[in-house]
Design a protein around this ligand. Sequence first.
Ligand SMILES: *Cc1c(COP(=O)(O)O)cnc(C)c1O
Length: 392
Amino acid sequence: MADGNDNGREKRPLTRLAQGGRSRSITGAFVNPPVVHASTVLFPDVETMRPGGQPYTYGRTGTPTTEALESAMTELEGAAGTVLCPSGLSAISTALFAVLGSGDHLLMADNVYDPARTFADTVLSRFGVETTFFDPQIGGGIAALMRDTTRAVYVETPGSLTFELTDIPAMAAAAHDNGALLIADNTWATPFYCKPLALGADISLLAATKYIGGHSDLMLGTVSAAPSAYARLRSTYLALGLCVGPDDIFLGLRGLRTLGVRLNHHMRSGLAVARHLDGRPEVARVLHPGLSGHPGHALWQRDMTGASGLFGVVMDGWSQDKATAFLEALQIFGLGYSWGGFESLAIPARLRRSATDWQATGPLIRLHVGLEDTEDLIADLDAAFERVGNLA
Ligand SMILES: *Cc1c(COP(=O)(O)O)cnc(C)c1O
């Protein structure tokens, strides 16, 4: 049923989402895999206890539940294999631990998820890894920043606060010329809309907390690797002792089944809200790669097949206080971190940069457009503009 390529035809993405991880060897006669709660696994005899004696040996190293989500993500990302981590941030740290060692140099884009920066500046630095931050729009210019010791280039495209696109094929070519690997945080587009490994990256990772979970009730990360990095990734993961509980994996699998229909709605509604904001006089810039005026629009069209519901809005000449009043006037958009759930969210963006200056004429607000009715969301934003209209 769900294994591979039954009639010789490549399956389309929605079908992969529905079928991934459901081979009969995992699910038996049931539609869904079992939620296996396990530490100890029993062996029939001492001989079978030798390495490789049976597929499952201990709860931490994998169960049919683990295998179901890992294999679904591996197929979706076009990877050699996937590991599941307890959060998106642990997916980031695991990927970096897998490819870096003492004395190595890391190139990290200046627009990445801020805790990834913190991990590089604190833990990696303590273990003797030096990090240089670079302009995410540098493209092939990254070659000039390579050192003999550069072992990894880390990007997030688009960056989840400022939405610059990074040229993955150009980065991958420069990294590989230097004997380094390319790691991409694919949380925004998800493998439903972007395949970093097919574009040349060696590792694609996700905060599955966001769109894979999709319901704001789950912390989960995935790291998928090409053959160039998978053995290192798996052995580092096992050495670190990471694993994810079966109920969380179950929620990840449940979310995955509806990822495509949800994302298509997030995209349509997000673009409608973004276009509406683009027409408001209070707005200086809307940072959405799907808008034709966005500086990354051409790369987005080349490398991705869709957009999620997350984008930025720069207010024109507003004070921080006015931005605060606007955020607090919103009634459907909640104030909260994270995104990718069914509900709309807004945050004031706080940026930390070192390689590039962030140039903006006013405060940056980040919106996540959820699955509510688009007209209600637009009315909520318009009402908030009305309420703060006279503020300085
Ligand atoms: C949220 C986020 C992460 C971290 O995921 P957690 O599950 O919250 O640890 C990593 N990368 C990006 C782009 C994110 O938005």
